[in-house]
Design a protein around this ligand. Structure first.
Ligand SMILES: Nc1ncnc2c1ncn2[C@@H]1O[C@H](COP(=O)(O)OP(=O)(O)O)[C@@H](O)[C@H]1O
Ligand SMILES: [Mg+2]
Length: 418
């Protein structure tokens, strides 16, 4: 049993893992909270399994039989934190406990282990958190897209959830991010359904749909998306890269925040330049630096400056990393022209959302200025030529097109001094 200290909150959780190619999970080890620190210990038999892989390196080496302290100033290993619910999932867990939540509800009233153990089991990457080391009990209920979307809306509006809707929504609490979402399965495909939010001041779901589509058209590797409607609202279905379609297999994955050894508290120190160095040192292909560069350029081109280190990820095979398909590319609202990317592009911390900054930083990404310019020019050309088709596919109204084009998408600021 999970022990609870007098706070009523758990102090332990078992980590179960789907090793590469496995259909079912096995126990990998135990997280224990001691003070403010979460230690991890591999289970006695896990390291000797023939297909055991470290949950992530250098954080959790299999050779370490002792309690492993999180690296640096982390209080929980990043690869485990990546599996925990984020702002949205925490609100769902709280809403189930309290009946409803409002914007004022303090999500810090429960600790991370509670959120790990009370959220759904279908989480990011190939791990799950369980109260027992003996029996794996998945916490998930299936529900229709419409039920999930209605539940998400009621939660956002501060309306009490019925037990059934709360149970259904738990299925979507396990994946990160702040926007309302749920996880769905359809014909063997695993998808994230991203809903409209009642607080949206512009058609966010359609804007994300058009940006993801354009990203594909300029040649980036992007998670496949489908725009649909449910209960009269737009919903973006995003295919998951951490699942194998038609199976129960899961693929290990980590966020860039984890790769950079950073936690939520110091996410502002994450930079693209450090990520590029890491790709050269630890990735299966150093060509991923070129893809990373192209993603930075594209984020600038479509005005997505919410490109923080949880919006980049890599797949982990136990030894090497490879960049995951791109996701969460969404043009952001912008009042003036000037904008800054969330992570520094240049070696001196340059973050301006401008192509010239990318060209100046080209060597960091293993590119010459000419190669960098070719990537930028190609993207700008394709965005111009494909805009109308992509806007049609995302069912943008004339007014929505006008509001996006030249403001979020290809804002003149991007091209100054280029
Ligand atoms: N296609 C995908 N496959 C697997 N995991 C994903 C995918 N897209 C997003 N995620 C995970 O879900 C989290 C939330 O998704 P995201 O699109 O970033 O939502 P939000 O807009 O709320 O930030 C991401 O941080 C990432 O961990
Ligand atoms: Mg996100």
């Amino acid at each position: 049993m999970t022990s609870e200290q007098n706070t009523g909150q758990p102090t332990e959780a078992f980590v179960w893992v789907w090793t590469p190619g496995a259909s079912d999970p096995v126990v990998a080890g135990l997280i224990e909270r001691i003070g403010d620190t979460h230690f991890f210990t591999y289970g006695g038999s896990y390291p000797s399994l023939h297909d055991a892989v470290p949950l992530y390196l250098p954080e959790l080496p299999l050779t370490n039989k002792d309690r492993i302290r999180p690296l640096g100033d982390l209080t929980l290993a990043g690869c485990l934190a990546d599996g925990a619910p984020d702002a949205w999932g925490r609100r769902v867990v709280l809403a189930r406990r309290l009946g409803k939540v409002t914007r004022e509800t303090d999500v810090d009233q429960l600790d991370i282990l509670t959120y790990m153990l009370e959220s759904g089991s279908d989480r990011f990457g190939a791990i799950d958190f369980q109260a027992s080391a003996r029996e794996y009990v998945p916490r998930q209920k299936s529900a229709s897209l419409e039920e999930l979307q209605t539940a998400a809306e009621r939660l956002e509006a501060g309306t009490p959830l019925t037990t059934a809707l709360g149970d259904a929504l738990v299925h979507g609490t396990s994946i990160g991010g702040a926007r309302p979402k749920a996880l769905i399965h359809d014909n063997g495909r695993h998808m994230i359904a991203k809903f409209s939010s009642i607080t949206d001041t512009y058609p966010v779901v359609k804007a994300e749909a058009v940006a993801m589509d354009l990203a594909r058209r300029v040649g980036l590797s992007v998670a496949p998306t489908t725009l649909t409607r449910s209960a009269g609202k737009d919903v973006l279905l995003v295919e998951r890269f951490d699942r194998v379609p038609g199976t129960t297999e899961r693929i290990m994955a980590v966020s860039a925040l984890t790769m950079l050894g950073l936690g939520e508290m110091n996410a502002r120190y994450a930079t693209y330049t450090d990520l590029a160095d890491l790709i050269r040192a630890r990735f299966a292909s150093s060509r991923d630096t070129r893809e990373l560069f192209a993603r930075i350029v594209f984020n600038i081109a479509v005005g997505n400056f919410d490109d923080h280190a949880r919006n980049h990820a890599a797949l982990w095979d136990g030894k090497l990393l490879s960049l995951s398909p791109a996701y969460d590319i969404c043009p952001q609202p912008r009042s003036g022209e000037t904008a800054f990317q969330a992570m520094a592009i240049g070696v001196n911390g340059e973050r301006e959302s401008q192509f010239r900054v990318c060209v100046d930083a080209a060597p960091v990404y293993g590119l010459t200025s000419k190669q960098a310019r070719d990537i930028i020019d190609h993207q700008v050309e394709v965005i111009h030529s494909e805009w109308s088709d992509a806007a049609d596919a995302a069912q943008l109204t004339e007014g929505e097109r006008q509001r996006l084009w030249g403001r979020q998408i290809l804002n003149p600021f991007a091209s100054y001094d280029y």
